[in-house]
Design a protein around this ligand. Structure first.
Ligand SMILES: NC(=O)c1ccc[n+]([C@@H]2O[C@H](COP(=O)([O-])OP(=O)(O)OC[C@H]3O[C@@H](n4cnc5c(N)ncnc54)[C@H](OP(=O)(O)O)[C@@H]3O)[C@@H](O)[C@H]2O)c1
Length: 339
């Protein structure tokens, strides 16, 4: 008998920050897996800031979600019908499920979750976000003991990985996070040497004063997750030969204010301080994923690397959870639990 499924479709393209009416919950009949495919009952899927970019019809590194199309996401779930060699009913797999209760995946697109690994970890600390922090810090940040690192969105899955790895490399680590609770978490759980609440500072110059105190020797690596006021505060504090892996700019995903008057300051700093400012998209670097797993998985399993998840329930609540996550509503890796 055909299975009924639900999915969250993109109803229209948002203007600025997304709102609930930009999404639509649809109930349909699940597709049958053709030869070489499996049908997966999705238990959890990931909500990530990059999904905001997929809602715009703008030229980018990936195609936008079409209107009426299912919002994109990596998920985990159980195979309930297999038409593919090597997969059986009951296997736990991960792949691109979208925001949906069921997904058909090709055998190539489905990866079995190793025994002993908590399934949702492959969406965060041991998956794309953790790998992003590891790759950006090690390959582009080139950390050296005694240096100072600053990262914002510091308690999220990317920032918390960056902070913990940098600390293990012997750097002074400074977190920027939203609110007292997240700052406490940054210091106590993720071991940052200092944490600054960006919401307690109305403008870049006030935030810069706090940063200068927390980073008295200047900043060698600014791991860029957010842009906005934080970037503006950081730039004058960067040391000569500083590195800025440009990973994301979540403060600007819903729109930008005119900052053209600050462009000359930014560009001059890059030049005179001979900074390495390198944008990267982690999908270009999957050849390094095995190295990441070898390095990080044992450290996660023996609790050397801490990680937290924020699990919201119900497919229908995904749009609101996503909207809140973009504004800092999540404490830890944001995941939706479907069943
Ligand atoms: N380049 C790549 O391939 C790649 C891959 C994965 C992720 N990323 C990027 O990495 C960044 C972090 O991702 P994540 O998954 O770890 O996200 P996350 O930390 O779970 O969630 C985003 C966080 O951004 C912070 N934020 C939102 N608006 C802000 C603002 N105006 N100023 C400062 N902080 C703000 C909020 O934390 P607070 O409450 O602490 O402010 C929020 O919790 C994002 O920019 C994402 O797009 C890039």
């Amino acid at each position: 008998m055909a299975d009924e499924m639900q999915r969250i479709a993109l109803a229209r393209r948002p203007s600025g920050d997304p709102v609930p009416d930009d999404f639509e919950l649809k109930t349909e009949t699940a597709a049958e897996p053709t030869p070489g495919e499996v049908l997966v009952e999705v238990t959890h899927f990931s909500l990530d800031p990059y999904m905001r970019g997929r809602m715009d019809d703008a030229k980018s590194y990936a195609e936008p979600v079409p209107i009426g199309g299912t919002m994109t996401a990596q998920g985990v779930g159980r195979v309930i019908k297999s038409n593919a060699d090597g997969f059986s009913e009951g296997d736990m797999v991960t792949g691109m499920t979208g925001w949906a209760s069921h997904a058909v995946m090709t055998a190539e697109g489905a990866t079995r979750i190793p025994e002993g690994v908590p399934p949702t970890a492959v969406l965060g600390v041991l998956g794309m976000p953790g790998f992003t922090g590891w790759y950006g810090l090690n390959d582009l940040g080139r950390p050296k003991s005694g240096e100072t690192l600053v990262v914002a969105a510091a308690t999220g899955p990317v920032g918390s990985m960056v902070g913990q790895l940098a600390k293990a490399h012997g750097l002074r680590t400074v977190a920027i996070a939203g609110g007292a609770e997240k700052c406490k978490m940054a210091e106590e759980l993720y071991g940052f040497d200092a944490a600054i609440d960006h919401r307690a500072h109305d403008d870049a110059s006030s935030l810069r004063k706090a940063l200068a105190e927390a980073a008295p020797d200047g900043i060698d690596i600014y791991f860029e997750n957010v842009g906005g006021k934080v970037l503006e505060a950081v730039i004058p504090l960067m040391n000569t030969f500083g590195r800025i892996p440009v990973c994301g700019m979540v403060a600007w995903y819903g729109g930008v204010e005119d900052a053209s008057d600050r462009l000359p300051m930014l560009w001059r700093s890059v030049l005179v301080k001979r900074m390495a400012v390198t944008g990267f998209i982690i999908a270009d670097h999957w050849d390094r994923f095995g190295d990441f797993q070898k390095d990080v998985a044992p450290r996660v399993m023996n609790d050397e690397i801490a990680w937290r998840e924020d699990i919201a329930e119900g497919l229908e609540n995904a749009p609101q959870t996503f909207i809140e996550m973009l504004k800092g509503g999540n404490t830890g890796k944001q995941i939706m639990k479907v069943i």
